[in-house]
Write a protein that binds this ligand. Structure first.
Ligand SMILES: NC(=O)C1=CN([C@@H]2O[C@H](COP(=O)(O)OP(=O)(O)OC[C@H]3O[C@@H](n4cnc5c(N)ncnc54)[C@H](OP(=O)(O)O)[C@@H]3O)[C@@H](O)[C@H]2O)C=CC1
Ligand SMILES: O=C(O)CCC(=O)C(=O)O
Length: 453
């Protein structure tokens, strides 16, 4: 690539594809960003001179390791663990750990790349990383989970630290797993530091970290609606997932007077025409967080519909959609049906839940569409605040954190509007473009200031 030739999208993706074979999710995540920023790079040649996008799309480091553990029958089991440290131009690497059988290097590279932009959007000093393992926590006993977490941290501890890389939870990793990993880090290093976020309140956690991702995604939805003089009150909301993010998205939708009617897990989804209320949500929390059961039980208990065989809820009519399960759960076809059914706003609680085809459908229809790197940044935002509290060895009050989360989400919305507005005479904001350019500029300027490294 010559210095005076900014690559076309096709040229850029062709090179990326060749360098990253068999990693479709990573290519997809980078392509979505490249679609937004290549024009901006053309207009600001310093970013091309410094090869910023090419550098951002090549992780600083990918660590892969063996995790050995023993199951309850005494069998030795082997899994693969990873940490992808994508970019630390604006702060220590930061991002969750995922335990799911689908985890591979390409999926973690996509998540670490997204995280770099997301963390920049929060306005806090955090670089981007992500880790995980192909370990399947489903059906494992508590003792097996503990032994696996200890095995995972026995290698990971060399690569993380409160000023180096600070992991947190993600799919399959919640408070229980963070506790076991924190205990093992402390045992190996004999140091009591904020090396992980999402910790329990008894040992350095932050108020509202548990709620922050789901609440934040709904705050972002509220801000997008407010920008066009609307509010979520009275609107029907389609939610997927039933884990941490989905539960708190449903909770905040209820606070704001919306009517959530669906939730899901990998077996299928429930459709409750009467609406999921506080009491029904309390049942889901107990089912998923304590008994670790399946969402189908909701349908039996409350007489709602259950659609099995891994069905997703996107054909259920509703004005609002908050996908909170996993990547690529909303196809282009789903998007068409949602638009036909009257969807006016989509806020991605999960990371990249919409395929690129779905994103293009929403952009073409000019509905309100918030990409995950903007909409679900509340979780990592409060993680950043947990890091600050740990450094100062204090815990702030819950209402202060509630206020700070609201401010962070408002700040992200404003940054998206700054770079994603269509211009005079139009109120339409392309939040994908806005989030990508705002995140890019912040990281890019820091990289340029720090030289060719
Ligand atoms: N936790 C956080 O703070 C943040 C999470 N996110 C993103 O939000 C999403 C959900 O995370 P979180 O709620 O923490 O995870 P949880 O593990 O708490 O819940 C995940 C939910 O998604 C479902 N799910 C997972 N994988 C699949 C799949 N392949 N197909 C269908 N359903 C699936 C799970 O069902 P089942 O139990 O059957 O697998 C479960 O209902 C992820 O994309 C994550 O990256 C983003 C920002 C922060
Ligand atoms: O809280 C964190 O550090 C990261 C949360 C996360 O994994 C994400 O934002 O996708």
């Amino acid at each position: 690539m010559t210095r005076d030739h900014v690559p076309s999208l096709a040229e850029f993706i062709d090179g990326l594809d060749k360098r990253n074979p068999g990693q479709p999710e990573f290519i997809q995540a980078v392509k979505e960003v490249a679609e937004s920023v290549l024009g901006y790079i053309k207009a600001h040649p310093k970013y091309h001179d410094h090869q910023i996008l090419e550098r951002m799309a090549e992780p600083d480091r990918v660590v892969s390791f063996r995790v050995c553990w023993q199951d309850d029958e005494g069998n030795v089991r082997v899994n693969r663990g990873y940490r992808v440290q994508n970019n630390n131009a604006i702060g220590p690497y930061k991002g969750g750990i995922r335990f799911h059988p689908s985890v591979n290097q390409g999926i973690l590279k996509f998540l670490a790349f997204e995280q770099t932009f997301k963390n920049a959007l929060t306005g806090l000093p955090m670089g981007g990383g992500k880790g995980g393992s192909n370990f399947n926590p489903k059906g494992k006993s508590d003792a097996e989970i503990m032994r696996f977490c200890q095995g995972f941290m026995t290698e990971l501890y060399r690569h993380v630290g409160e000023d180096t890389d600070v992991p947190a939870g993600d799919i399959g990793v919640g408070g229980r797993e963070i506790g076991y990993m924190f205990g093992q880090y402390k045992r190996i290093t004999n140091r009591y530091v904020g090396v992980l976020t999402g910790k329990g309140m008894e040992y350095g956690g932050s108020p509202i970290r548990v709620e922050a991702t789901g609440y934040g995604a709904v705050y972002f939805l509220q801000d997008m609606l407010k920008h066009v003089d609307k509010s979520p009150e009275g609107m029907v909301a389609i939610v997927s997932g039933s884990g941490n993010v989905a539960q708190h998205a449903v909770e905040k939708l209820l606070h704001l007077g919306a009517k959530p009617v669906t939730m899901s897990d990998s077996d299928g989804f429930i459709y409750d025409k009467n609406g999921i209320d506080e009491e029904k949500l309390a049942f889901v929390k107990e089912l998923k967080n304590k008994r670790r059961g399946r969402i189908a039980e909701y349908a039996e208990k409350f007489g709602a519909e259950f659609h099995g065989d891994g069905a997703t809820p996107w054909r259920v009519p509703g004005q609002l959609a908050v996908p909170c399960a996993t990547q690529n759960e909303v196809s282009g076809e789903d998007a068409m049906v949602m638009l036909k059914n009257g969807a006016i706003a989509v806020s991605e609680g999960a990371n990249m839940p919409c395929t690129l085809q779905a994103v293009h459908q929403f952009q073409a229809a000019k509905i309100l569409f918030a990409p995950g790197k903007a909409a679900n940044a509340g979780g990592v935002g409060v993680s950043g605040l947990e890091m600050s509290q740990n450094s100062a060895r204090i815990t702030w009050k819950e209402d202060e954190l509630q206020r700070l989360l609201r401010d962070i989400m408002q700040g992200i919305h404003d940054r998206c509007v700054k770079y994603g507005s269509e211009g005079e005479g139009s109120r339409y904001v392309d939040y994908v473009k806005g989030a990508n350019i705002a995140g890019f500029v912040k990281v890019a300027d820091a990289m340029i200031a720090q030289g060719v490294v």
